[in-house]
Design a protein around this ligand. Sequence first.
Ligand SMILES: Cc1cc2nc3c(=O)[nH]c(=O)nc-3n(C[C@H](O)[C@H](O)[C@H](O)COP(=O)(O)OP(=O)(O)OC[C@H]3O[C@@H](n4cnc5c(N)ncnc54)[C@H](O)[C@@H]3O)c2cc1C
Length: 404
Amino acid sequence: MKKTNIFVIGGGASGILAAIVAKRNGAEVTVIERNSRIGKKILVTGNGRCNYTNALSSVSDYNNQEFVEYGLKAFSPENTMSFFNDLGIVPKVENEGKAYPLSEQASSIIDVFLYELNRLHIEVVSDAYVINIIKRNQNFQIFLKDGRSFDCDKVILATGGKALATTGSDGSGYELAKKLGHKIVEPFPALVKLKLESPHLKHLQGIKMPAIVELIHNNEVLQKEEGDILFGNYGISGPTILQISRLANELYIKGEQVYIKIILVSSMTKQEVYNRFFMSKDKPVDFSLVGMINKRYISAIIKEAKIEKQNTLVRDLTDKQLNKLVSLLFDWRFLVTGTKGFSDAQVTAGGISVSEINSETMESKKVPGFYITGEVMDIDGRCGGYNLQWAWSSGYLAGMNASN
Ligand SMILES: Cc1cc2nc3c(=O)[nH]c(=O)nc-3n(C[C@H](O)[C@H](O)[C@H](O)COP(=O)(O)OP(=O)(O)OC[C@H]3O[C@@H](n4cnc5c(N)ncnc54)[C@H](O)[C@@H]3O)c2cc1C
C-alpha cells in the first residue's frame, strides 16, 4: 500500500514533533523550514534552558480551555517527559512544575531532534519559504518563494505565531490558512513587557525585586501575581508582569484603562506602617523608608506622594502627604500604555480560529487533510512551559491523525 505523503510546514517545536510521530506511524514525511536550521526559537526558550513542559499543566493555564482539553490528555506533560526521556533528555523539574533538560541547555532538545529526524530518514528542506498551499482534489500543492513546488497527500501547518519573528515565525502561517478559507482571530502579543505611564521611570529603571502585582480594571483586581518585577525606562517586565500581560494587553487594545498595581509592603498592616513613621517622626522622610522598601524606590515614591523635599522631617508632613505615602506603599498604580510588541513577546495570542479545527485530531474542519499545530492557532498559555506543551500535544495529535 502507498504510504501517506505528509509535508510539515515549519520546523519548529510542534512541526518537528508532528513529523517524528507521523513517520513512526508509517507515513512518508518531509519538513519544510524557511531558516537554514530547524528549531531556532527552541534555542532561546527558557533563557536558553528550554522550559519544555510544566508537570502541573491544566486546561486553566490556556485561553480556549475546552479546545485544549483533549490534546493535553492525549499527550500530557508526563507523555512529553517520557517522549523526550526516550530521546535522551533527562527531566529536571523545578519550582511550580517547570521542567528543563538536566543539561540546562535548550540546544539538547535540538540535538536529540536532529538525531531522531536523521535516524528516521525524515527529509528536512531548509531555506524554503512557503508562500501558498493549494488543495487539488485529494492532494495538496505547496509553493515556495523561490519557485519550487511540491505535491503531497496531507499538510501539517506548524508555522508558529508572530512573536520574535527573527526566529522565523513571521505570521505567514495566517496568510496561508486564510487563503484556504480559515478565519483568523486578530493576533496580539502576550507574555510581553508592558509600557507604563509614569514620570518616575528614569529613577526606577533597573530595579529588580520581588513584589505582589495586581492588574486593575474599573477598580477591580482582575489578576494577582507574586514574584520578581523589573523596571525599565519604557515600563516594567519580569515573570509576574509576563503572566499579567496577556489580559492587560487584551483590555488595552479594546481601549480600556488598565493599571498595574504594585504592593511594595505586604508583610505589614497599614497600622504597623503608621506606627513606624510615628517612631521615626524626627527623621527625614527618605531615611524613614530605609529598611522597609528597596532604597531605589524611595525618591520616586516620595515624589509621587507630592512631598517636595526628600529630607522633610516626618513630623512636618501634612496628614494628606503621610496618608498618600502610606497608601502608595500598599497600592502604587501605573497606567498601562501598551506593550513592547511582537518583537519582544514570548507568545502570540489569537491566530487561526479553533472553531474551525477538530480538537481531537487537529484537522481543519474546512479543508480535509490539512492539519494545524502549535502557536499559529488561537491557543496561548501562561509562562512556565505551557506553550511548548501545547506545541507537543497538538503536534502529536496532528502527526498521529495525518498518518492514520
Ligand atoms: C524568548 C522566548 C522564550 C520562550 N520560552 C518558552 C519556554 O521556556 N517554555 C515554553 O513553553 N514556551 C516558551 N516560548 C514559547 C514557545 O517557544 C512557542 O510557543 C513554541 O515554539 C511554538 O511552537 P510552534 O511549533 O507553533 O512554532 P515555532 O517554534 O515558532 O516554529 C515555527 C517554525 O515555522 C517556520 N516557518 C514560519 N513560517 C514559515 C513559512 N512560511 N515557510 C516555512 N517555514 C516557516 C519558522 O521558521 C519556525 O522554525 C518562548 C518564546 C520566546 C519567543
